[in-house]
Design a binder for this molecule. Structure first.
Ligand code: DC
Length: 235
């Protein structure tokens, strides 16, 4: 039986990373960590702290002061039911719904591009991952946060498929959004995430590519089980 490992899942926005990551965490009895939620919580913190102007520009100095010098912000995850999911808490408040709005999606890539924000989040993620037995999804888990992760998967899908999935997800949550706005937001975030200076989104050399445009969740799980067997991982 192989010991517990770190599984890093990176890829573009709305490629179904969290659905896939949650499903494999459940199958293996691992903890699932949605690292984008941590950036979203920092974006909400910045918004509430008055560090974001009307054109989504982030006041870096003010946010740095708020994040570093004030009483430390507390972002944590708490399990939510038996499905392997978790909810995000910010300073003692459940903000799971607030961090999923299009308003936060418009700010979050700008906030996530700031090196001191990444340092703050990376520190928290490394603490959480130290015990292994985790599946983390994000943009730089296999390249920057855990470059020695035993298994790295890079996810992609066609842009229309991704926009459609995000549209369905947001509508189901009761957000009123247009498909076109989502498509625009996705392509803007792809651009910022792949072009930022610190830890840009890219596929690690030792990652396995998963294009799930035409795959169901069950297809993806089958693919994953074959991969584990092939690599002789996780028993
Ligand atoms: O996965 P998501 O869409 O919830 O992520 C929100 C944003 O956070 C995304 O636009 C980029 C950023 N992010 C990041 O820079 N690094 C990560 N590890 C995870 C997310």
């Amino acid at each position: 039986m192989t010991s517990r490992i770190i599984i890093a899942i990176d890829g573009y926005s709305s490629t179904g990373k969290s659905t896939f990551a949650k499903a494999i965490a459940k199958e293996l009895g691992y903890v699932y960590i949605d690292t984008g939620a941590m950036y979203r919580a920092v974006a909400l913190f910045a918004l509430r702290g008055g560090c974001v102007s009307g054109d989504n520009a982030v006041d870096e100095t003010a946010l740095r002061r708020l994040l570093m010098d004030g009483s430390p912000v507390d972002i944590s995850f708490r399990a939510s039911g038996p499905g392997g999911g978790s909810e995000t808490w910010l300073d003692g408040e459940n903000v799971e719904k607030e961090i999923r709005t299009l308003e936060i999606s418009r700010i979050v890539s700008h906030v996530a591009a700031l090196p001191f924000v990444r340092e703050y989040v990376d520190r928290r993620l490394r603490e959480i991952g130290a015990g292994k037995g985790v599946v983390m999804d994000g943009r730089d888990i296999g390249t920057a946060v855990f470059p020695d992760a035993e298994l790295k998967i890079f996810m992609t899908a066609r842009p229309e498929v991704r926009a459609h999935r995000r549209y369905e997800e947001m509508s189901a949550r009761g957000h009123s959004v247009s498909y076109e706005d989502i498509l625009v937001n996705l392509s803007e975030r792809d651009y910022i995430d792949t072009h930022r200076e610190t830890a840009p989104l890219r596929m690690a050399e030792d990652a396995v590519l998963l294009d799930n445009s035409d795959m169901t969740v069950e297809d993806q799980l089958e693919w994953f089980r074959d991969l584990l067997k092939e690599r002789n991982l996780c028993g």
